[in-house]
Design a protein around this ligand. Sequence first.
Ligand code: GLY
Length: 300
Amino acid sequence: MTPIIVASGNGAKALPDGIRILRRGGSALDAVEACARYVEADVSDVSVGRGGLPNILGVVELDASIVDGTTHRAGAVAALVGFHHPISVARRVMDTPHMLLVGDGAARFAAEIGAEKIQNLTPSTRKLWIEALAAVGATPASVRRAKKLLPIVKRVIAKRLGTVNFIALDRKGNIASAVTTSGWGYKYPGRVGDSPIVGAGNYCDTIAGGACCTGYGELAMRNLTAKTAVDRLAEGMRPASVAREAIMDANALDPAPFNIVVLAADGTHASATNRAGRQYAFMDTSMTETATKARLVARE
Ligand code: GLY
């Protein structure tokens, strides 16, 4: 089988980093971590890592998870503040007796393992945050003084959702998956989405395949979308049908933007969305460039 990595569209630029690892016989786990780190460091992506949109108080809270489809070991962090690579912190959580660390505990753990500290709010995302507040007559000082944040969140929030997904199949046939995000832009502090919730936004199994979500994470949490998708692969459903069914499940709850990428254990893949014009990306070790393909659109 030819080693391959499948990604959400915003992961396209990162794929050569992961493919280099797979070409030299490296693991799917190392490949998805390397790809996720690439996007986390890319300040032009306002949905992931440094340069990701902050919460309503102007603090960038990051969520990430990584899953080893062979052992079903997983690591995740949520609402992590002040570190450059949440995916690598998540990977180190995998080596502890725990699976998910959040907030102050996640930051403490990141510091203890020597993870790189950084201010993830950039001048550009600070400006976007101030403009978003100004559009509803608020300012950084007024939100910091506010006794109740939810009314402000509801006015500011415009479902600014983005995340990056990677699923890799390596030379030995192992599958791993990684998801990393700054979550919903201008969210309520402490809001955690589907990305660090294994089974919701991210899941894989080396025997069946993997699935990862982007879009309105609450829908993936309510439907346990990624695990459901992998269960459907295990039952023999093809990736295109699995992806379409996942979007239909989300649409049945809410028409908010929702997307999925699916990779089967035989290397076939597909992606679906409920919005037109969305792409996903993939690259295998025989390719010299990343390829992108339209996501299937499922609307009912
Ligand atoms: N899917 C990313 C989020 O909802 O946080």
